[in-house]
Structure formats: C-alpha cells, structure tokens
Design a protein around this ligand. Structure first.
Ligand SMILES: NC(=O)c1ccc[n+]([C@@H]2O[C@H](COP(=O)([O-])OP(=O)(O)OC[C@H]3O[C@@H](n4cnc5c(N)ncnc54)[C@H](OP(=O)(O)O)[C@@H]3O)[C@@H](O)[C@H]2O)c1
Length: 332
C-alpha cells in the first residue's frame, strides 16, 4: 500500500516521501481502517521541522498524518463496539500516528462513528480540532453560565470551538477580522470584536476562561481581561512543567519544560489566573461526544481545498503558506 513518510527532520523542508509498504497487521485491540480522507494540519509540518520532538520523539522514517476517516475492514478479537463496514474517524494516538496511508491499524479506543450528516471529507476535518476544544474545556472545568473569550475565533479552531462552547452553555466572546464577523456570529458567538478596529483589553473584564489560539504577546494581553482564579488554555504558547507532568513526560523533560514555561507561570501568578498549555491527544469517547454536539448544532467544518493523496506535498505546502479559509484535506 502507499504511504507518505517523514524521512528526516529538516527545518527548511516539509516534503514527505511517497513509498510502498506492506499493509499493517492488527493487534487484538485494533481495527483495520481503509482510509478515505485525512485532515492536513500545521502539526504535520511542525513534526517534519522537528518542532515537537520534545513532546513526541518519532523515530524516522515515520508515516505522517494525525487524523483520518475511513471504513472498517477488519476488527481485532478484543474489539466489541465496532463492526466491519462502519464509517469511523479518529485523531490517531500520539505514539502511533500515520494517517497518510491507504490502510491504518487503529486502536479502537481512538475511534468514533461518523455522524450521517457529514461527508468523508468533512469528517476528516473534525477530530484534531474538536478534541482540542473538548480537552481545553475539560482542563478549564467550565460550567454553564460562565464566559469564555476565544482569541482568533475566525480560524479553524474557532469554527469548532464556538459551537462546542455554546453547546456547553457558555457565553462566547471572540475576535478576528471584521470581514468574518457574520460567519462567526452564525456559529453562535454572543459577541464579536474586530481586532483591527477595537482593543479587546479595554472592552472586556472579568472573563472566566480564555482559549488562546494566538500565543506571543497576545497571551499576556488576554490574562488582563480575566477574573481572578480564571483559566487560560493556550494552543500556541509555551509548554510548562504542569503540561509535562500531565503528559507523563520523563523527569528531565519535566524539569526542562518547567524552566521554559516559568515565564508564563509567573505571568499568570501576577494576574491571579491559571496558565495551561495543551497538545491534543486521541480519545474516541470524547470525539463521539464532540461529533454528536456538532451534529445536533448542525455545524459542518468549512473545507478549503481537497487534494488527491498523491499531491500530499502540495497540501502540506498550502497549509504552511496559503491563507486558509478552512481545512485542507487529502482524499484517497
Ligand atoms: N496545541 C494543540 O494541541 C493545537 C491543536 C490545534 C491547533 N493548534 C494551533 O492553534 C493555532 C490556531 O489554529 P487555527 O486552525 O484556528 O488557525 P487559523 O485557521 O490560521 O486561524 C487563526 C485566526 O486568527 C486570526 N487572527 C490573526 N491575528 C489575530 C489577532 N491579532 N487578533 C485576533 N485574531 C487574529 C485570523 O483572523 P483573520 O483571518 O480573520 O484575520 C485567523 O482567522 C495554530 O497555531 C495551530 O497550530 C494547536
């Protein structure tokens, strides 16, 4: 079967190699999925550039790709909740990525069933982003009636985060470019701030939670609008010691990331809030919950471009360099 692999870590080259390899054998707790589509993410390029080696040190060559949709071809002896022929999707487990392949052996615990209202291409755009939001909201321990500020909510993360946060009963405030205001309000946002015209730090205060999709100087600015004791989860900030312990990384990495993230922990302390970083993990149960919420809210991800598998490197380049209006997906 055909696969696309990371063959070396290179800061300046994100191209994958197309290869022929044997079809995988499944273990008793796995199913064999015939892949029909796979989401392409900035994370795939970050892995190529060696930027996440500290969190997940893949041995090269490594088949690339973090999320997929497909049909079940075989079911392992210990798997009772999935059957041959079912349409499933997943964010693959961190230690066994490899969605850019014609067949993938997937741990049944990572899988969820695809809601009927979604095409394969639409479904491929959901797992990584939806799970990111579910895991961020879990960490914040949100309760209905509280308020969340989602920075850069006009992007791919926002498109999933806004409806999921609304379904959990939160009041949602977000920002981005004014041209996207209408689309974001239609997703359920209660308030939109055009970051090019208005300064949210002068408009907002006493916010319970922040989902920071921007990082950099924005992280500190977002802390200034929060209620004391509030939680900020960053998707682009710096990992810290708490993150390393949560991920059960080796002791030396816990110490190193503890030092690297100290600046943000101190900053959070100054504003009386909690700072967290997350790296999205696989979780079939949580994905099923998110998929059901999105399907009830009748929300579909917006798709930018679909490439055939053979053009995977064009898809990765688009994610790295193109101005995106939605998800890039490859189809098999
Ligand atoms: N840690 C994790 O596990 C994890 C998981 C998923 C994603 N991520 C990361 O999360 C980040 C966001 O992902 P995404 O898919 O949402 O990216 P995206 O689609 O590129 O969206 C980013 C959005 O931010 C807006 N923006 C840019 N500068 C802004 C500013 N100063 N103020 C307000 N809005 C601003 C842009 O708005 P306009 O286009 O409207 O100008 C754009 O819509 C990426 O870096 C991704 O790698 C991390």
């Amino acid at each position: 079967m055909k696969v696309a692999q990371h063959i070396k870590y290179d800061k300046h080259n994100i191209a994958l190699a197309l290869k022929e390899v044997d079809q995988p054998n499944i273990k008793p707790h796995q199913v064999l999925v015939k892949v029909t589509a796979a989401g392409v993410n900035p994370l795939d390029n970050m892995i190529s550039r060696g930027e996440v080696k500290m969190i997940v040190p893949y041995k090269i060559p490594q088949t690339a790709g973090n999320e997929l949709v497909g049909r079940i071809e075989k079911v392992g002896a210990e798997v009772s909740n999935f059957a041959v022929g079912e349409r499933v999707f997943a964010r693959l487990p961190l230690e066994s990525i490899g969605a850019f392949a014609e067949y993938v052996a997937v741990d049944a615990q990572a899988l969820a069933k695809v809601p009927e209202n979604l095409s394969d291409v639409e479904a491929a755009a959901i797992p990584l982003t939806a799970l990111t939001i579910m895991q961020a909201l879990d960490l914040m321990q949100v309760r209905a009636g509280q308020t969340i500020f989602i920075s850069g909510g006009t992007g791919g993360v926002g498109a999933m985060a806004i409806p999921i946060a609304k379904a959990k009963g939160l009041t949602v405030i977000t920002n981005g470019s004014g041209e996207n205001a209408e689309r974001v309000i239609a997703l359920g946002a209660d308030r939109f701030i055009d970051f090019k015209k208005e300064d949210y730090t002068t408009l907002l205060s006493e916010i319970d939670f922040v989902l920071d999709t921007l990082g950099g100087a924005e992280t500190q600015k977002q802390m200034t609008i929060m209620k004391k004791g509030g939680h900020l989860v960053s998707l682009r900030g710096m990992p810290n010691g708490d993150f390393a312990r949560r991920m059960k990384l080796p002791k030396w990495k816990q110490i190193l990331l503890g030092l690297a993230g100290r600046k943000w922990d101190k900053m959070a302390e100054k504003y009386g809030v909690h700072y967290h970083f997350i790296f999205v993990k696989s979780d079939g149960k949580q994905l099923q919950e998110a998929a059901n919420l999105l399907s009830q809210a009748q929300v579909k991800p917006s798709i930018d471009t679909v490439y055939p598998f053979e053009e995977i490197n064009l898809a990765l380049d688009k994610v790295a360099n193109g101005r995106s209006r939605g998800k890039t997906v490859i189809r098999f």
